[in-house]
Unconditional design. Sequence first.
Length: 265
Amino acid sequence: MLLLLVLTAGTIITLDYRGEATGVVHSAKSVLRDAFSPVGSAFVHGFRPVADFFVGAFRYKGEKDANARLRKQLGDLQRQRLEAADQQQALSQLLALQNLPFAESVPKVAAQVIDTTTSNFQLTVTLDRGTGAGVADGMTVVAGQGLLGRVVDASRSTSTVLLLTDPSSQIGVRTPTGVVGVASGRGANQALRVDFIPPATALHKGDVLVTSGLQGSIYPAGIPVGRVSLVDQRPDALQEDVSLAPVVPLDQIRYVDVLRWTPGS
C-alpha cells in the first residue's frame, strides 16, 4: 500500500510539473495528503521517544552540572548565614562583658572558652588564660548574664572552671526580698536546688537570685545566679521547694571575665 502511494505521488508530481490535467492533479493531491497524513503522524509519534531520548541524553550532563552549581551556591549561602550568626553571637557576648551591671569595681581578666568537659565526675570548661595573666585558683568567672563558676585549677597559660551546675558546687544566694539560701548544682542541664528558704517567703517564678556575698562566701555579692523556675510552698514543710535555672546559657558561652577577687579580699 505504501509503495502504491509513493508511485502514485510520483506520477502526480510529474503530471503537475508538465501542466497536464490540472483539475485532476489538484483533486489527487488532496486525496494523497489525506492518505499520507496518518502515515506521517505514525512516523512522527513512533520516532518521538527515540528523539526525546537523544535530546535528554545530551541535556543530562548540562542539567547535572547546573544542579551541582546550585547546590554549591546554596551551601555557600547557608555557611555564610551560620558564620554571620556565630559572629553576631560572639559580638553580643563581648559587648555584654564590657558593660557588666555587677562587680563593677572588681579587676577582670578577659578569657575565651577553649574546651568543655562534661563527665560523670565534673562539669568544667577550660579558659585560654592562666597564672601568666593573673588568674588564680578560687577566682570567680562570669559571663555577660551572670555567674558561670569558679577557677579550680590554674596553670601558666590555661585554667579550669568548675561550672555552677556541677553537683559539688554550692553558692550562697539572696532573694529579691533579702532572704538567704544555698543553691546546689544537680548536674548538666539540670536546675539548681535552693535550700534553707523559709516557708512563706515571698518568692515567685521568674525572680532572679544573686550571690549573697556573706562573710566567708566564695563569690562576690550581687552576681546573678539564676531565675526561679519552680517554687512550691507545701504546708508544714520546713522550707520551700525552690529550683533555679542558670541565667547563663552554659552550652553557648565563648567569652568570659575572670574576676580577680578571692574570698576575704
